[in-house]
Design a protein around this ligand. Structure first.
Ligand code: IDP
Ligand code: MG
Length: 139
């Protein structure tokens, strides 16, 4: 199985609550190597573009306002089956349904402010990595 890359975001709630180190530590302890890392604050327009796939959903306006409400941390994670492994570490979207020991089960208490984002497939990962990182920023 070849190595693959995925995009992770620590959302504004995770940064504001001081969970950056905790979340990154979980990635590193679970075989996901950091290949790029930065803190950014999205404009509302950028958040709307990033989550364009959810346009029309009831939570789209609120989600994009939330995602542009404060700084976030963006990472490229690399490893064997990195996309699936990152999703496993994150847990289900709704923390109440997330498996014990996952980031969302342990740290989130809100379905929207759920600490992390992770790409959900190879095409999404490629698009989302390119959205946040230039070639120059990749180690
Ligand atoms: P994911 O982050 O687990 O991939 P998606 O279905 O892609 O979940 O939704 C993107 C984000 O939109 C979620 O992480 C969460 O912040 C928000 N979201 C999803 N469903 C709901 C909902 O029913 N109410 C409020 N926010 C939601
Ligand atoms: Mg998603």
């Amino acid at each position: 199985m070849a190595k693959e890359q995925t995009l992770s975001l620590i959302k504004p709630d995770g940064v504001a609550r001081g969970l950056v180190g905790e979340v990154i530590g979980r990635f590193e302890k679970n075989g996901l190597q950091i290949r790029a890392l930065k803190m950014v604050r999205l404009t509302l327009e950028e958040a709307r573009a990033f989550y364009a796939v959810h346009q029309g959903r009831s939570f789209y306006d609120s989600l994009t306002r939330f995602m542009s409400s404060g700084p976030i941390v963006a990472l490229i994670l690399e490893g064997e089956e990195a996309i699936r492994r990152n999703r496993e570490l994150m847990g289900a979207t709704d923390w109440r349904q997330a498996e014990a020991g996952t980031i969302r089960a342990d740290l989130a208490r809100d379905i929207e402010a759920n600490v992390v984002h992770g790409s959900d497939g190879p095409e999404t990962a490629a698009r989302e990595i390119a959205f946040f990182f230039s070639e120059l920023e990749k180690a």
